[in-house]
Design a protein around this ligand. Structure first.
Ligand code: UD1
Length: 419
């Protein structure tokens, strides 16, 4: 078993370069199944969710060639099965994108029920509704999802809730469908736009991604033979921004799209931090104790749920009492129990948590309960006095490349230790 051992407190200082977005990468890799050709994906984060996505593609018959640790060439000309490996697909959430891609490509697919972080109920009814409206039959049961269609035909699909996964999945399935599909009340997250950009680069005809109406004019085939570079990770950039504030440090966060970070920038300024915008990089610093603020997580362009735990660390150290209202995932406050072990004063009930700010956190053994909780605990450990030990690193490794080396490069005293 591995753990991270952090000695704090350390104000994080220096430069950090943001990697490609996990949530875009885990959708773009399955999207290559629509191509029936060869393409290259650059700026892939080297994380376990990406490695498993590639393994699933290989099991379906794709040929994967690594050009370097962040670039892969994928040949999808020989997809020979419509049964995705159940053990691998149930390891992470985004395996559901195999459904949309393979429905589009082969009109049939069986996958294991998607796994991923335990953030509460994670229904897939909107995905199923979308596939059915395109003409597929979907059967969910016995730990698998089976989808099949004679043909897919475009339709007007209204999403009952704003869902990133369902929006992308319907886009994938509709890319090669006959006619036009319209997704109303679509998710607007940067990774939705990135998947649309990838598909358009490969020959799809998708318009409106980034707004709440996406129109997909079905095309007969995608041409491939192109290289695509994954968008910088909004959540990773936000994680480092909030790490700068919580540790009262000073970071230059390079290679980010600053517009994607507006909601985080606004909250950092509200708590007394400074954000300087240089277009493709941000300087974030905070010289004094942050002040209280209230947060409500919302779909993009609202404050992202995936940065709520990292913001929770800032608010646990703030002057005054703050409230976070989590509107996306009902079990996203598990990390607050871990922060309380470090001296935070947080009361979480249902979708609301009250943060009575404390002057300092103290190191303690803590457990990463999910991916973003893990990132929050690294920030907390770097801010806290004494030694913090973080367990359950597999969650963190799913989404952050080489996390301890990158924190070390900006001054953190952090080591990965085998027990
Ligand atoms: C994606 C992200 C995840 C992020 C989340 C919200 C990936 C791989 N993961 O997850 O990191 O926290 O967006 O920004 O991109 N819902 C339904 N029915 C459905 C689908 C979703 O009720 O069919 C509900 C969910 O329970 C949740 C809300 O809709 O309350 C948003 O979920 P969704 O946007 O679909 O999240 P994911 O795509 O799973």
């Amino acid at each position: 078993m591995e753990k991270l051992v952090i000695k704090g407190p350390t104000p994080l200082k220096g430069e950090v370069k943001i990697n490609g977005a996990k949530n875009a990468a885990v959708a773009i890799l399955p999207a290559t199944l629509l191509i029936d050709g060869v393409c290259t994906i650059d700026n892939l984060p080297h994380i376990s969710d990406v490695m498993i996505s590639c393994e699933i593609l290989e099991k379906l018959g794709a040929k994967i060639t690594w050009n370097n640790k962040n670039s892969v060439t994928i040949d999808t000309r020989n997809i020979h099965t419509t049964k995705a490996p159940l053990d691998l697909t149930s390891k992470f959430r985004a395996s559901y994108y195999i459904l949309g891609s393979m429905l589009g490509r082969k009109k049939e697919i069986e996958v294991g029920m998607p796994g991923g972080c335990q953030l509460g109920a994670r229904p897939i009814d909107q995905h199923v509704k979308g596939f059915e409206m395109l003409g597929a039959e979907v059967t969910v049961g016995n730990g698998t999802i089976f989808a099949t269609a004679d043909k897919l035909v475009g339709n007007s699909i209204y999403m009952d809730i704003v869902s990133v996964g369902a929006t992308i999945n319907i886009m994938l399935a509709a890319t090669l469908a006959e006619g036009t599909t319209t997704i109303d009340n679509a998710a607007k997250e940067p990774h939705v736009v990135d998947v649309a950009n990838f598909l358009n680069t490969m020959g799809a005809d998708i318009r409106g991604a980034g707004t709440d109406v996406i129109k997909i004019n079905g095309v007969k085939k995608l041409k491939g033979n192109a290289t695509y570079s994954v968008v910088p990770d909004q959540i990773e950039a936000g994680t480092f921004m909030l790490a700068a504030v919580a540790t009262r440090g000073d970071l230059l966060i390079k290679n980010c799209i600053t517009k994607h970070l507006d909601s985080i920038t606004a909250k950092i300024i509200e708590v007394g931090g400074i954000v300087e915008d240089y277009g493709d990089s941000l300087r974030v610093y905070c010289k004094k104790r942050p002040t209280k603020a209230n947060i409500k997580t919302l779909p993009h362009p609202g404050f992202p749920t995936d940065l709520q735990p990292q913001m929770g660390v800032v608010l646990s150290l703030a002057d005054g009492t703050s409230i976070i209202n989590e509107s996306i995932w009902e079990s996203r406050f598990q990390y607050t129990q871990e922060l309380n072990k470090m001296g935070a004063k947080i009361t979480a009930q249902g979708k609301t948590a009250i943060f009575e700010g404390v002057e300092k956190l103290s190191g303690a053994p803590v457990y990463s309960t999910d991916l973003r909780a893990g990132a929050a605990l690294i920030i907390a450990g770097t801010s806290a006095h004494g030694i913090t030990e973080i367990y359950n690193l597999e969650h963190i490794d799913r989404g952050y490349e080489n996390i301890e080396e990158r924190f070390k490069s900006i001054g953190a005293q952090i080591e990965r230790v085998k027990e």
